[in-house]
Design a protein around this ligand. Structure first.
Ligand code: SF4
Length: 450
């Protein structure tokens, strides 16, 4: 059995139960998984990667797209077949009938963020071996990410109502964590050796709106629960701080100088989703793309090497050829560094399905996706080529005998490219080294440690 963390033996020699865990979905779901695992580990449970021989399996599901649902159902099916004692949580847990329809034998189904309910279900199925004298968990909690980077979730839920998205139905309205609580978690992570914090939420720039930007005491000073204030405080911790899921609201401009000063990474992950005003309106997305282009121009004036990453949806109902051409023109003008593109999927329960707009045929969606990706690939290749000859700081993700794999400030883990680093001296995971870039391809850079 591949144990991640072995169960404790209690004073009377009994071994605590083991739990196998499957974590699917986005970084937000990953943070939920970490919280559940941290709690279970604190109670002495062993954590294993193998369903076989575990006392039970927890599957943290993702229900955002139909393809994610299918993956979740397959994972539950595997767990039922290999183990049989299964607890389901996460986004798909908000639709228990669907899960029970497929797998009537699951032990419990809970929705997203219902940590206590998951833990209570575990207690019932495999009671913990009680040993109050042992402190099993490191103060920063258990992380599923490698030790040198960690996700920092600053809020739950979302106040927007984008018509293609069911996250607000699944996760509710925005609930922001107090700024001091976020900072305490960030500080613990840094003390435990984390070198890069990835700030996540559903809508990072809306942070604090729900609690009216309430102040809380941090290092003897009041700290506002506000995107710019929190960014400034995180920037004082001396590690890389990367911002995800930011919307181009006007107050985002306030953090660009922090990026220029390298207090936080010059990196913004902004899901624009489209550029045609008609499609954006049907999507119920905030923002006017002309003003956004203007804003991007200003950001680049203040911080010329800012990296902009985004995601787009093609084939949204009612998207015409004209809308799509407009999107390509916008993309050519915006010159974003990193881009992901999805073909629209009519997620069950999304308001977009009831707008009466004509569905785009799958073949057209696929063609548009291909054209979009080809256009972006040309931009990305050009942008990466411009980095050849530069010296860039690179964080090492994986050591290797002669070539290590890392990321520059422009690359978030999992979603962006890599920097392959040749080095005479051994590089360790989490090292930040200066790399002279020698060549590039469409997504990655290659260089040598100096
Ligand atoms: S901003 Fe829109 S897409 Fe993102 S979680 Fe909120 S409703 Fe969904």
């Amino acid at each position: 059995m591949a144990l991640i963390d072995a169960p404790e033996q209690t004073a009377d020699g009994k071994t605590a139960p083991t739990v196998s865990f499957v974590s699917l979905g986005c970084p937000k779901a990953l943070v939920d998984s970490e919280r559940i695992l941290t709690q279970l580990r604190a109670e002495g449970y062993g954590i294993t990667r193998s369903h076989h021989g575990a006392d039970l399996v927890i599957v943290n599901t993702c229900g955002f797209l139909d393809s994610a649902k299918a993956e979740s159902l397959a994972a539950i099916g595997d767990a039922m077949a290999e183990n049989g004692k299964v607890i389901v949580t996460g986004c798909m847990g908000a639709q228990p009938e669907e899960i029970r329809g497929h797998f009537p034998g699951v032990l419990a189904v809970t929705g997203p963020q219902q940590y206590e309910t998951v833990v209570a279900a575990v207690h019932e199925a495999a009671p913990p071996a009680h040993d109050p004298f042992v402190d099993l968990v490191p103060p920063q909690g258990l992380k599923l990410t490698p030790r040198h980077y960690a996700y920092l979730k600053i809020s739950e839920g979302c106040n927007n109502r984008c018509s293609f998205c069911i996250i607000p139905q699944l996760r509710g309205d925005l609930v922001s964590r107090p700024a001091a609580e976020v900072m305490r978690e960030a500080e613990k992570l840094v003390k435990a050796g984390v070198k890069e914090l990835l700030v996540i939420s559903q809508d990072t720039s809306a942070y604090g709106v729900d609690i009216r930007y309430a102040e809380s005491p941090w290092r003897d000073q009041p700290l506002k629960a506000k995107f710019a204030d929190l960014s400034g405080a995180l920037g004082e911790l001396g590690v890389w701080v990367r911002m995800h899921y930011v919307y181009p609201y006007p107050h985002v401009d306030e953090v660009i100088p922090l990026m220029a000063e390298r207090k936080i990474l010059p990196y913004l992950d902004i899901p624009f989703q489209h550029a045609s005003p008609r499609v954006l309106k049907a999507m119920r997305r905030p923002g006017n793309q002309d003003k956004t282009l203007e804003r991007i121009r200003r950001w680049r004036e203040i911080c010329p090497d800012i990296t902009l990453r985004s995601t787009f949806i093609v084939g949204f109902p009612g998207e015409t050829d004209e809308d799509f051409e407009l999107l390509l023109d916008w993309l050519a003008e915006a010159q974003l560094d990193r881009v992901g593109c999805f073909q629209y999927e009519p997620v069950q329960g999304a308001t977009a399905n009831g707008l009466g707009l004509e569905a785009v045929p799958d073949t057209v969606k696929a063609q548009r996706h291909k054209r979009f990706m080809a256009a972006q690939q040309a931009i990305s290749t050009r942008k990466l080529k411009a980095k050849v000859g530069k010296r860039l700081p690179v964080i090492i993700d994986e050591a290797g005998p002669s070539v290590a794999k890392g990321r520059s400030m422009a690359d978030a883990p999992e979603i962006d490219g890599n920097v392959y680093v040749a080095s005479r001296r051994p590089l360790r995971q989490g090292d930040i080294v200066t790399v002279k870039i020698e060549r590039s391809d469409a997504y990655d850079l290659h260089g040598v440690a100096v």
